[in-house]
Design a protein around this ligand. Structure first.
Ligand SMILES: *Cc1c(COP(=O)(O)O)cnc(C)c1O
Length: 372
């Protein structure tokens, strides 16, 4: 069945629809091989790389319209490492989480495993829906994911009513950041990694910290809690202020990120990115709604992610569709592995051409007609 050859004129111009690592623009890769080549293999403690980091930090501040007093901090290890950083350096006694998929659940699990913290509270919603954490007395961190990449559900980003004074809002923006509008002032920590909407490679975490978060980090760092150096947000902050990281970063990741930020800002910033991903979303959800065999997995239209579309199938094996697409150079449409649904998952980050999303839907129709 995977021997089906999709006609070339139906195929997308670029076949990458993954949810991370996700499509990197050819121009970024060419720039890396061009002007980036002089940076690769040079010291991250010297001016050329530190200037690159400085540019990444200032472009991020511009893209996200970071309010006065917020700081852009970065370190190695990606968003998964940041959960451990947050457990070590941000949660004082207890955190409150919303869990509605694999990624939001993982931060809650990391907090639950910390021997020096009280048991976190977790507000759950079934996969495909969203939840925000319920206010609980004593919680000093409220945490959830802006975009639950495992399910394609987009949650609101806002302050939690009824939370204790001084409690921090810590939002995982990993797949949303750079592709979805966000009001950073509604968060104390908005953190993400660059291999999704931000069109780069993995390996870094980035966090936008409010003055209240900076104060919390300093206070915990000065306490008698043992914090491994690589998980210390205070150490990361000190290094970031010098446009460095504690240990050696991947220079290609930084370069590609800086290039992508320049492109996004040139095109009109986050408003441009959000328009573009909304355009892509408008190509796929109505198509699935109208299809006799496809249906959007996220039932509430308001929670359907503009950057990660999950489409359930009935009467046809989605695995065969994904395998056929893959054999034709259209890759990474497989669903999140642990979700176990008869589903395709489509990354529609700003680098994806909306027209390519339309072409993808036509390819799926074409394949299904021939599978019979
Ligand atoms: C991809 C993703 C992560 C994990 O990012 P890594 O950089 O691979 O650790 C965490 N949260 C969300 C919402 C994600 O999409």
């Amino acid at each position: 069945m995977t021997a089906l050859r999709i006609p070339a004129d139906l195929l997308p111009s670029d076949g990458r629809f993954g949810c991370g690592p996700a499509k990197i623009r050819d121009a970024s890769v060419a720039a890396l091989a061009g002007r980036g080549a002089a940076l690769l293999g040079t010291s991250h403690r010297q001016a050329p790389v530190r200037n690159l980091v400085a540019s990444v930090r200032s472009r991020l501040a511009e893209l996200f319209a970071v309010p006065d007093g917020y700081e852009v901090v970065l370190g190695n290890g990606g968003s998964t490492t940041f959960w451990d950083v947050a457990v070590s350096s941000l949660v004082e006694r207890q955190s409150a989480h919303a869990s509605f998929g694999e990624f939001s659940a993982k931060f809650a699990a990391a907090a639950a495993a910390a021997p020096f913290l009280a048991e976190p509270t977790v507000t759950t919603a079934p996969v495909g829906a969203v939840a925000l954490p319920e206010a609980v007395a004593g919680a000093d961190v409220y945490a959830w994911a802006h975009n639950e990449t495992s399910t394609g559900a987009l949650a609101p980003v806002r302050r939690i009513e009824g939370a204790d004074e001084g409690a921090l809002v810590v939002v995982d923006g990993t797949s949303a950041a750079g592709g979805v509008a966000v009001d950073v002032s509604a968060t104390d920590v908005y953190y993400f990694a660059p291999q999704k909407s931000l069109g780069s490679e993995g390996g870094l975490w980035i966090a936008l910290l409010s003055p209240a978060a900076l104060e919390r980090v300093g206070r915990i760092a000065a306490s008698d809690r043992w914090i491994p150096e690589s998980l210390s947000l205070q150490v990361a902050l000190t290094n970031s202020r010098l446009d460095q990281t504690l240990n050696t970063p991947a220079l290609a990741t930084l370069f590609l990120l800086e290039d992508q930020l320049g492109w996004l800002l040139d095109q009109g910033g986050l408003a441009f990115a959000a328009r573009r991903t909304a355009d892509s979303a408008s190509r796929i959800y109505p198509w699935a709604d109208a299809s006799p065999y496809a249906v959007p997995f996220v039932t509430a239209p308001a929670y359907r992610s503009p950057v990660v579309a999950t489409i359930d199938f009935e009467g046809v094996d989605a695995k065969v569709i994904a395998a056929t697409l893959r054999a034709n150079g259209v890759v990474d449409t497989e669903p999140y592995r642990k979700l176990g649904r008869n589903q395709l998952r489509i990354g529609m980050f700003p680098n994806v051409e909306p027209d390519d999303v339309s072409r993808l839907t036509r390819c799926v129709d074409w394949v299904i007609e021939r599978l019979g």
